[in-house]
Design a protein around this ligand. Structure first.
Ligand SMILES: [Zn+2]
Length: 319
């Protein structure tokens, strides 16, 4: 019999990725589309279902285990409802029912960082470690937790939101309603904003040269390049980002005592620029035993973590 496949759908703020994935996390076909914007959620879901049906239609019905969906936002996975997604502008969207009706297949819905954590656990850790924290460093910061080999969702499915833990009690307001959240200080958006502010404030930096004076073009990759050239501002921005992230992770190390912390997303590609200060903070701020035990891992799946994790969760749930 042909190997079973599941469809994984990763719905992010800018793009949607859909992939057919086997039980080992290998993608056999992948489709991408821009996230439908400026339309009611029902229409957006219909557009995603249409794209999904192209993949589903190409697979023998008996071979398709089910559909897993990861969505950026606060998800009620039991009800299959997106409670709130600031990036998508969705509120109380019954995405599971909409997709299940359109595709005629069992569908599950999870937070995007939770499915990423599941992929990190199943594919990258090969389930050899039992406790893992996965942190996605994109525009914002997401987190997913695997405890004792199971995805940890918490009381309302919200668990793992490390991006919305408080770093500065009097800090910048955050879209979540709190102020001083970690993701206001670490992440692609935060880093670019800080670089712009410093340069506008008169600080000399290679960054301005690399974007030829167009400060709107600043992004972490540019700051990374400037740091490698020895630029002082760029080096400081990475050090600050690493220390802030490291302070939060040090708390997580004491709370969760994970075997692994898996980092993914654009910022994680900066290697030592980010990881060195993260490691230093964990060493300085966590208990010795868990700090020594924890392994920091950069995700190899990276951009595909969400799609693969959503599909693997479907494999593991609908079996
Ligand atoms: Zn927040």
């Amino acid at each position: 019999m042909a190997e079973p496949l599941a469809l994984g759908i990763d719905i992010g703020g800018t793009g949607v990725k859909l992939g057919l994935v086997d039980r080992n996390g290998r993608i056999s076909s992948l489709r991408k589309m821009p996230t439908p914007k400026g339309v009611p959620a029902i229409q957006a879901a219909e557009a995603i279902a249409e794209e999904a049906s192209k993949l589903v239609g190409a697979v023998q019905a008996s071979r398709l285990t089910g559909v897993g969906v990861g969505v950026a936002g606060d998800i009620d996975s039991q009800a299959g409802v997106v409670r709130m997604s600031p990036n998508l502008g969705w509120r109380q969207v019954p995405i599971r029912r909409l997709l299940a009706n359109a595709l005629g297949r069992p569908v599950l819905v999870e937070n995007d960082a939770n499915v990423a954590a599941w992929a990190a656990f199943r594919v990258e850790a090969k389930a050899r470690v039992r406790n893992l924290l996965c942190v996605t460093l994109g525009t914002g910061i997401g987190g997913g937790i695997v405890v004792d080999g199971r995805l940890y969702r918490g009381a309302t499915g919200t668990a793992g939101e490390i991006g919305h833990t408080t770093l500065d009690p009097n800090g910048h307001p955050c879209a979540c309603g709190n102020r001083g959240c970690l993701e206001r200080y670490v992440g692609a958006r935060a880093m670019s904003e800080e670089a712009r502010r410093a340069i506008k404030g008169g600080e000399k930096s290679q960054i301005a040269k690399l974007v030829k004076g167009d400060l709107s073009k600043i992004e972490p990759l540019i700051v990374q390049r400037a740091a490698r050239q020895g630029d002082r501002l760029a080096k400081r921005l990475w050090k600050d980002a690493g220390e802030r992230l490291g302070i939060s992770l040090a708390s997580m190390v004491n709370v969760l005592n994970p075997d692994w912390i898996v980092l993914s997303g654009g910022l994680s590609r900066a290697g030592g620029l980010l990881l060195d200060p993260v490691r230093r903070m964990i060493k300085e701020r966590s208990f010795q035993a868990p700090a020594r035990a924890v392994k920091l891992v950069i995700s190899r799946l990276d951009q595909d973590l969400g799609t693969v994790g959503a599909a693997l969760l479907a494999h593991d749930s609908f079996n």
